[in-house]
Structure formats: C-alpha cells, structure tokens
Design a protein around this ligand. Structure first.
Ligand code: GDP
Length: 364
C-alpha cells in the first residue's frame, strides 16, 4: 500500500493528528518534545462517496474502502541530520514513505512549548527542509565515492548514477530540494533509485486553533504563499477538532462540523490531498457480496490493476469488463449498463480510468 509520513518539529501537533487519523490512543499526545519514539503506523480508510453510492445500487452486503498508511515520524529537530534529537532513525523512516505530510504549527498557545521559542511556520518549514537537504548531500557524497572505481571502469549504470547524483548535488548545494531537478524519462528509474528525501512529494498541513479551522489565519496564509511558490500543496486543519470528531459517531460528527462552519472533516481533505499528491486513483469492484475500492497509480494498465487484487489475476489476465462510474450510476447498475451497451471489454493495454467499475476475467 501507499505510505504517507507525518513529519514536523516537536509540539506542532503530529501525534494529535495521527491519533485522530487512526482513532486510537496509541500515539499519545504530550506537551514535551520526543514523546513519540517509535514510528507509529496506522491504516486509514480513504473516504469516497462514490463507493457508498455503488454499494447502494448493487445492494452490496459489505462496503470495503481502500486504505492508506500513515506513519507518525517523530524526532525531527534542527541538527537531526547530524544525529541530534532522534537523528538518523527518523531519516531512515522518511526514506520508507511515498510522500511527506509536513505539519506546521499555525497556532499560538503559551502553554505549548515551541522548540525554537517562537511561532513561525515558514521558518519551521525551512528548518526541516534544511535537515533533509543536508541528509541528502551527505548520503550522495558517500555514494559518489563508492562508485568512483566503477565510473572509471566505464560501467554504464555507474556513469548514469554519477551524472544524476551530481545534478542533485548541484541544486542541494544551493539550498534547494532535489525535486526541482528536471529528469528525462530514460533517467526516471535511476533517479528514483537514488531514494533522496527531498524528492518525496510534500503536502503542508497547517495546524490551526479550533477558532481558525474554517477560515485559516495569518500564519496559514503565509504557508499557503510559500507552498504555492514551491509548487507544493497545503491543507488547513485543526488537529484538536479532528481529535474530537474522531471520537464521535457519524451523525454527531456531521452536526459538529456544521456548527464549526466546516463542510468536510479535515482528515478527509488530508487523505484526498495525499491521494492527489501521490497521483493515485481508485477503481471499484461491485457485486451483491461487497462493493470495494482499490488504489492504483494513475496510468496503470488493466493487468497490473488486477494484480492489486491478486497476483494470479495479473498473471492469468484475459480481459476486463468495464463500466464507467457515471454510466453505472446513471443507468442504475451492471445489468442496465450492459443492456445499454455501456459495458466494455478491455484488453491488456487498457489504461484504467478513475472510478471504473471493473470485472476481471483470468486463467488460473
Ligand atoms: P507533536 O510533538 O508534534 O506530536 O505534538 P502533539 O500532537 O503531541 O501536540 C503538542 C501539544 O500541542 C499538545 O499538548 C496538544 O494538545 C497541543 N496542540 C496540538 N494541536 C493544537 C492546536 O491546534 N491548538 C492548541 N492550542 N494546541 C494544540
């Protein structure tokens, strides 16, 4: 599955947010730095109103949403790349996630200590990015030395790696994240293999006070400006509200949201934004037993999409019977869609579209 790492300085609200996300008390929030030492991992259902609609039409007995994994990565402080705080441990944890949700403190509260003694989310973002940039530079410098001999020997792969590493180092040395480097299609794989921290896509999460949840505030506006300049996205969330909502049932939560002037829980927006950030999309399998959502990368072909369900589906793939979500809903289900000629037979080169209702035929 896809993994999103929650990072940020101590006391910005990471644990509060993670708790709300996973609805457990596993990652205890506490008002002092370094309280969460082990990375906490939680699986979260991806909200999707389309799934409920399909299930209602097909009278499915069960609804199974697709899931995304969140990892609460604590210990990031100034000097972390030099081993301060929890140092290298957290760097290893970041290497293992597909994207970063970077939580920034956009609330004032004298009772909550700030590690730098001031509330400035833009400066906090720079502090953390600097640590990631330094970590990338150090790992690249080491790896460049390790391949020197291969490069001299004319090893093609090593030559390519060296060229990409040097391109990354050049921007990192200017204080820029490696993600600004433009990479050609033929270099894309080798570039990914470098596994740099600063090539991971970033979503800024502005954690604001309850009162500012619907509108944002001056601090979150500054983050929005910074994110736009970098080409990154951001969401405004009140981790405390989300924590409260996570303890309510669905009806109570809807009432609470309405009272706060919010249309949708911040967590739903966060998960949706994460989905977009990772260029993910959803397809569905729908029947009387269950309606289920599955996650794939945009551009995935039908056999590989089938492989998400089971490896045998991919290996023995014959064809897919496909109904677009809009057709399925407009015509009122599989049989009427079929009768209207809206069920298509698609082969191995079919690029699955977001919302497709799929039925795979395969050899065993
Ligand atoms: P972490 O170190 O980043 O995981 O931060 P925590 O989630 O442990 O939060 C640190 C402290 O800040 C806790 O006492 C939280 O209750 C508090 N906190 C979190 N979000 C908010 C917020 O939006 N407003 C206020 N006033 N306090 C918050």
């Amino acid at each position: 599955g896809f993994r999103m790492g929650i990072v940020g300085l101590p006391n910005v609200g990471k644990s509060t947010l993670f708790n709300a996300l996973t609805r457990t008390a596993a990652a205890q929030a506490a008002n002092f730095p370094f309280c969460t030492i082990e990375p906490n991992v939680g699986d979260v259902a991806v909200p999707d109103a389309r799934l409920d609609k399909l299930a209602a039409i097909a009278k499915s007995a069960q609804i199974v949403p697709t899931r995304m994994t969140f990892v609460d990565i604590a210990g990031l402080v100034k000097g972390a790349s030099k081993g301060e705080g929890l140092g290298n441990q957290f760097l290893a944890n970041i290497r293992e996630v597909d994207a970063i949700a970077h939580v920034l403190r956009c609330f004032e509260d004298d009772d909550v200590t700030h590690v730098e003694g001031r509330v400035d989310p833009v400066a906090d973002a720079e502090t953390i990015e600097t640590e990631l940039i330094i970590a990338d530079m150090e790992s690249l410098e080491k790896r460049l030395q390790n391949i020197v001999r291969k490069v001299r020997g004319g090893d093609k792969e090593a030559v390519q790696q060296e060229r990409l590493m040097k391109a990354a180092l050049e921007v990192l040395e200017q204080g820029q994240p490696a993600r600004v480097v433009k990479v050609d299609a033929e270099d894309a794989k080798a570039w990914r293999m470098l596994q740099l921290l600063t090539t991971k896509p970033v979503l800024y999460v502005c954690n604001v006070d309850e009162a500012d949840a619907a509108t944002g505030n001056a601090l979150s506006a500054k983050v929005a400006e910074m994110a736009a300049a970098q080409g990154n996205s951001h969401v405004v969330i009140s981790a405390r509200i989300e924590e409260e909502i996570s303890q309510l049932d669905a009806d109570e939560a809807a009432m609470f949201l309405a009272e706060m002037g919010l249309e949708e829980a911040g967590l739903d927006r966060l998960i949706t934004a994460g989905y977009e950030l990772l260029h993910l999309q959803t397809y569905f399998t729908v029947g009387p037993k269950e309606a289920r959502a599955w996650t794939i990368r945009q551009g995935t072909l039908a056999p590989q999409a089938a492989g998400v369900i089971h490896g045998d589906f991919e290996r023995g793939f014959i064809r897919a019977e496909t109904i677009a979500y809009d057709d399925y809903v407009a015509l009122g289900g599989e049989q009427p869609a079929k009768d209207a000629g809206k069920m298509r037979a698609e082969g191995k080169s079919y690029v699955v579209k977001d919302g497709d209702v799929m039925h795979f035929l395969f050899n065993t």
